[in-house]
Design a protein. Structure first.
Length: 229
């Protein structure tokens, strides 16, 4: 059950809370929102995990009285994307590390922003860094694997130790459906190999959940080969 907030008290001291990121996050903490599970932008607050963020409708009403110009986004598809991404990032991110971000990638910015509070990381766009974000999505990883097999190269599957992969378990249709709903530019497959794409489309029709299984199988085989060497 939500606590009952004294809205009048906040209104009386409204001038103490500016529109700065620091003050917005401070206000959210005061009203009981766990900001490790929301993504901040100046125009919108995106809920990553509804239960863990504790961002109830009551708290949203309190927030909107203080910041009526900032929209709270309760997008279930985005929350599913965050859930997929967080399982991967939990294995890859080192606390307090400097992470190099890709340029102009809206979905990556949203997914990574909470980790400045979760793990105390610093997101940078140039200069020294400990880790680098690889924006590879699930569809391109699967197509890369198929391309390697069809061309006779082999699995063509590898991850770099200094890279993290927020979207490697997230399908393109999830990402683009969310981006369209949010009024953002959509993404395209980077792997343009026609045979790999055609085979992926065929499997999509007969076994819609195949993509993650392909990546898991490739990862297992790659690890097996490395162990035996």
């Amino acid at each position: 059950m939500d606590l009952m907030f004294d809205i009048s008290g906040f209104n009386d001291e409204k001038e103490e809370f500016s529109n700065s990121k620091r003050d917005v996050l401070k206000f959210l903490k005061i009203i009981g929102v766990d900001t490790r599970f929301i993504s901040y932008t100046p125009q919108k607050i995106y809920i990553n995990n509804l239960r863990f963020s504790k961002f109830s409708r009551t708290r949203e009403a309190t927030f909107m009285k203080q910041y009526p110009e900032i929209e709270v986004v309760r997008n279930k598809l985005f929350q599913k994307i965050c859930s997929k991404s967080s399982k991967q990032l939990a294995l890859e991110i080192e606390p307090n590390s400097r992470i190099l971000m890709p340029e102009e990638n809206f979905i990556i910015e949203l997914l990574m922003e909470p980790y400045t509070r979760k793990y105390g990381v610093k997101l940078v766009h140039d200069g020294e860094h400990d880790l680098k974000v690889n924006p590879l999505i699930l569809d391109d990883q699967v197509n890369d694997i198929f391309e390697g097999i069809f061309s006779g190269v082999g699995l063509n599957f590898s991850k770099k130790s200094d890279e993290i992969y927020p979207l490697i378990n997230v399908p393109l249709d999830w990402i683009n459906s969310f981006l369209e709903m949010d009024g953002q530019d959509t993404l395209e497959n980077k792997n343009k190999n026609e045979l790999a794409i055609s085979f992926s489309e065929f499997l999509e029709d007969v076994a819609p959940q195949y993509k993650e299984n392909v990546v898991k199988a490739a990862e297992y085989i790659q690890n097996k080969l490395e162990t035996e060497q």
